[in-house]
Design a protein around this ligand. Structure first.
Ligand code: URA
Length: 213
C-alpha cells in the first residue's frame, strides 16, 4: 500500500543511506543524523524543493538548508520577499517562522558525497509525491537544481522530455506552477553560475505569481 505520509522520521528504506547515517552519527554524536523533515506550514502555497541534507547543515541541525553555505542566500531571499521573519536560519529553535512557505528536500537523508543515487531518489519520491499532492490550489513550487526538478516531474508521473529543467523556466503542471532555479550551492554561487541577482529575480517571480493568484 502506498503511504500518504510526506515524511517518516524512522525511515530506513535506503540501506546505503541508513548505514551512512549510522556511521556519521558515530562520528558526530551531537548531529541530527536522520531523515530531515520539511520546514514550514503544511498549508503553505510556496514549496521549495532542495536536493538532500548537507553533512554539516541540515544533517547537523535537523532543518533544511540550516547551518551550511547553501542556506545563506536562500533564507536572505525568503526574508526579503516576506516569506520569513528572520534573514538567517541557525537552528531548529532560533525563532524563524516561514509565512506561506515550506522547504523540503527531494531526498530526506544525507547522501555520501552529496550525491543520492537514482534508486534513493526513487525510493524517497513517494514522500515528495504526497507532499505535492497536499498543496493548496494556486501553489508555486520552486525546484532548486535539476535533480529536484526531475524528482518533482517523476512524482507527478509526467514525462521528463516535456518539462526540461532550465533556470528561471516556469512550467504549468495543472495543480501548481513549477519554477526552476539553479541550486544555491556554494559551488554554484562561488562560480557565479547562480548570482545573487539571478536568485533575487527567481524570488521576485515567485512572489508575483503568489500575489496574483
Ligand atoms: N541543504 C538542504 O537541506 N538541501 C540542499 O539541497 C542543500 C543543502
Amino acid at each position: 500500500m502506498i503511504s500518504k505520509a510526506i515524511f517518516d522520521k524512522g525511515c530506513r528504506a535506503c540501506p546505503r543511506l541508513a548505514t551512512f547515517l549510522d556511521e556519521v552519527q558515530q562520528r558526530y554524536p551531537d548531529y541530527y543524523c536522520g531523515p530531515v523533515p520539511p520546514f514550514g506550514a503544511p498549508d503553505a502555497r510556496f514549496l521549495i524543493v532542495g536536493l538532500a541534507p548537507g553533512m554539516h547543515g541540515a544533517n547537523r541541525s535537523g532543518r533544511p538548508f540550516t547551518g551550511d553555505h547553501a542556506g545563506i542566500l536562500l533564507y536572505q531571499m525568503l526574508h526579503k520577499y516576506g516569506f520569513g521573519n528572520r534573514d538567517q536560519s541557525e537552528s531548529v529553535d532560533d525563532g524563524l517562522v516561514l509565512s506561506d512557505c515550506r522547504i523540503t528536500n527531494a531526498v530526506k537523508c544525507l547522501p555520501p558525497d552529496n550525491k543520492p543515487v537514482g534508486a534513493e531518489i526513487n525510493t524517497c519520491n513517494s514522500f515528495l509525491a504526497n507532499e505535492l499532492d497536499s498543496l493548496p490550489e494556486q501553489s508555486v513550487v520552486l525546484a532548486l537544481g535539476g535533480i529536484a526538478h526531475r524528482a518533482i516531474i517523476k512524482a507527478l508521473g509526467e514525462r521528463q522530455v516535456e518539462f526540461p529543467f532550465a533556470h528561471a523556466a516556469v512550467h504549468d503542471l495543472g495543480q501548481f506552477r513549477l519554477l526552476d532555479s539553479y541550486h544555491c550551492s556554494r559551488y554554484n554561487t562561488n562560480t557565479r553560475r547562480l548570482t545573487e541577482a539571478m536568485f533575487d529575480a527567481i524570488f521576485a517571480t515567485a512572489r508575483e505569481m503568489l500575489d496574483k493568484s
